[in-house]
Design a binder for this molecule. Sequence first.
Ligand code: GLN
Length: 304
Amino acid sequence: MQQLIDEILKDCRRFTEDGKVADYIPELAKANKSEIGICVTTGEKRYFAGDWNKPFTIQSIAKTIFLMLAVEDNGIDFIKAHVGVEATGKPFNAIDYAEPLLLRENINPMVNIGAIAVCSLVKAENYQQRFLRLLDFTKRITGNPDLKVDENVYYSEKKTGDKNRALAYLLKNSGMIEGRVEDLLDVYFAMCSVQATCADLANMALLLANHGMDIATGQQIISEKNATFMNAVLITSGMYDGSGEFATTVGLPAKSGVGGGIMANRPGHMGIGIYSPGLDKKGNSVAGIKMLEMLSQKLRLSIF
Ligand code: GLN
């Protein structure tokens, strides 16, 4: 297995050149697109190669964390009624939601507007507490107590994130969120700016692969029902408007972020963490998807 991981990384290194690093958040433009890493964990064994230990910001992978806590707090039916689960087929940062909001139709938790709404459903007394709860939960599911926010990326997005600001005001206007928009966005931006490694993502993915139970402690962190719900949402919309294609070539529940990370899992078997910051037009890691394609083909991982 270790040999396979080494070979896949070596073979996919050439694809790092094909992507483009995200630059709409200025700080992310500083990423080095030749970096590439992978970590696979079964709980008992861990395999890794390349820049697997290099921290990067999780970005949209935070959407998975918002949804995990929000669904534990509110239940699946509430989430479905509030934001829906249908794939939008739109880019992650699409802004044309006036009509769905007006009609109270689906907005999906894996695109920015839905994730901002879902973030507001994580129960807490105030925004600071909500952030701390989310960060603590992330430390728990990655098994990494040292996780922290990359302050430069956080401030960079806070300064330039007006499209997300517009989305949040649309939500506020339609009564989907309460309180100060800026406070909610602070939680959203800070969580997107949490730094993690491929190993952290692989651990987080393993929790979903293991039906919500932490293999190390035997503790049920999220309910089995909610873990199944999460994987269903990830397979249908975790790769934004590239989810259909990804389902046909890789066939695993996964979530990507514009920092270049991808978290994927094979239910019942393994968690996978990927990093390579060169992105395709949809905001997904080019070399990262290639590695997952090869891994899936070689090990026959597709759930289909
Ligand atoms: N923080 C980013 C944003 O909201 C996350 C987007 C992403 O990773 N696709 O634009």
